[in-house]
Structures are given as structure tokens and as C-alpha cells.
Design a protein around this ligand. Structure first.
Ligand code: SME
Length: 168
């Protein structure tokens, strides 16, 4: 059943994350392919929370990196059409990639340089995704049509899940 954020308590949200994280980790068991793992995380999380409007990955483009440019390219996602490419430093995803820190944005329209892939997005959380050696692989972006949809509960749960799913 999908979780509806507004009227629920933080401990309920944390419990829902814990439940879906276990389901995700069970599906990922034995699957080494990174695209398959990202697609599974995006699909199962998007389905678990009704407030998630866009849920997915922007992956570090290794070809561009080899050519000396830092750029993210869209990876597995659920939701409406996402922008294909985001330079490091642009928008919320680009800020997460450059700083290596999770970005919690209550009002995306107030964020300097926000990239409006879909004008219905109102708030978002973007979490850096690293491999076992700590190298940045991607950022994981969730957008909501509600303002301030994400908080420290989302941050803690997502950082933990992405660590378990990709730093392996
Ligand atoms: N909002 C993001 C762009 C990606 S999408 O919303 C799918 C940003 O400013 O980084």
C-alpha cells in the first residue's frame, strides 16, 4: 500500500521506508548489474510513496568525464519526462553532485538555477550515490508536487538504502 505523507507521523514514514528497503534489498540479492539495481530502487520506492511525482537517478557520464567534462545523464526513473543531461553545479542535482551532500529543497522555485523539467515539481530531495570506494556514481532525485514534502526522515532512510544498494 502506498504511504500518504501529509497526515502520517514521522515514525510511520520511517517504518514504511524500513519495510520497502527490505523488499528492495531482497529483489537486488544476487543481481550485479547496476542499471537493473537502479531501476528496481526507482520503481519500488516510487510505488511505495504517493507523494513521489518523479523518482530516479542521474548517473555520472563516464564518457564525458574521460573527455574532461563533469555531467550527469538521466538513468532509470519513474514519472514524467526528465531532462536528459545536467552539468555538475546546475540545479539541485548538480549541487548534490558537486558538494557530495544531500540536498533537501522545500521550494524548488526558490532554488537558484533549479532546472524545471516539469513545472509541477514543488519540492525535492537529491542524495549522492557512491560505490564501495566512495566514488560518486550518480545522484538519486525525488520530486513532489507538494512543497516541503521531504525531511530528515527521508534523508536518513534514503542515504541508508542507497548505501546498502550501491556501496557494495
Ligand atoms: N529538479 C532537478 C532536475 C531534474 S528533474 O526534476 C527530473 C534539478 O534542478 O536538479
Amino acid at each position: 500500500m502506498a504511504y500518504i505523507a501529509r497526515d502520517d507521523r514521522p515514525e510511520d514514514k520511517a517504518a514504511r521506508y524500513a519495510e520497502v528497503a527490505e523488499e528492495i534489498m531482497a529483489v537486488l540479492e544476487g543481481e550485479p548489474n547496476r542499471t537493473a539495481r537502479m531501476a528496481t530502487v526507482a520503481s519500488m520506492l516510487h510505488d511505495a510513496f504517493e507523494t513521489f511525482f518523479w523518482t530516479g537517478f542521474y548517473v555520472v557520464d563516464e564518457d564525458k568525464r574521460a573527455a574532461g567534462t563533469d555531467e550527469l545523464v538521466v538513468g532509470p526513473y519513474q514519472g514524467t519526462l526528465g531532462c536528459l543531461r545536467i552539468p555538475f553545479g546546475r540545479g539541485v542535482c548538480g549541487a548534490a553532485a558537486v558538494t557530495g551532500e544531500t540536498q533537501l529543497i522545500d521550494d524548488v522555485h526558490a532554488f537558484p538555477g533549479h532546472i524545471a523539467c516539469d513545472s509541477r515539481s514543488a519540492s525535492e530531495i537529491v542524495v549522492p550515490v557512491r560505490d564501495v570506494e566512495g566514488r560518486l556514481l550518480a545522484v538519486f532525485d525525488i520530486d513532489s508536487t507538494e512543497k516541503a514534502a521531504f525531511d530528515r526522515v527521508d534523508q536518513a532512510a534514503l542515504e541508508d538504502l542507497l548505501n546498502r544498494a550501491f556501496a557494495v
